[in-house]
Design a protein around this ligand. Structure first.
Ligand code: AMP
Ligand code: ZN
Length: 113
């Protein structure tokens, strides 16, 4: 937990967000600048700067488990969706608290930009 980290502050409910699912370990909320009809971020409650800083790999299981709930709730499982973790500069990471993007509701292109 860090005082000035945006996603820690959202997790502590100090900054408003549209929360769509929660678990003991993680929180899922809508991305403020949605890139698809459904764009949800899944974050661990515990502060982890990026995938590179992750020590407890069980956190990934908790994140994907909550993502699966969101996918189900948003009705995306059959048509499909994309789950992405951007890391550092080349990966396009802009918020340095680990997060899983869950995007769906439209056809995704490949390769990503
Ligand atoms: P990344 O670029 O992978 O680090 O993703 C960070 C994401 O956080 C971007 O898609 C932003 O639109 C999103 N974001 C930034 N600030 C907020 C906020 N206050 N609430 C929800 N999403 C946010
Ligand atoms: Zn944080």
């Amino acid at each position: 937990m860090t005082a000035d980290c945006l996603f820690c502050r959202i997790a502590r409910k100090e900054i408003p967000a549209t929360i769509v699912a929660e678990s003991e370990f993680c929180l899922a909320f809508r991305d403020i600048k949605a890139q698809a009809p459904v764009h949800v971020l899944v974050v661990p409650r515990e502060h982890v700067g990026s995938l590179n800083e992750l020590k407890d790999r069980a956190i990934l299981g908790h994140m994907f488990s909550l993502a699966a709930q969101v996918v189900h709730a948003e009705g995306m499982s059959e048509r499909g969706y994309r789950a992405v973790i951007n890391t550092n500069d080349d990966g396009g990471q802009t918020v340095f608290h680990l997060h899983l993007h869950v995007l769906g509701g439209r056809r995704m292109s490949w390769p990503p930009g």
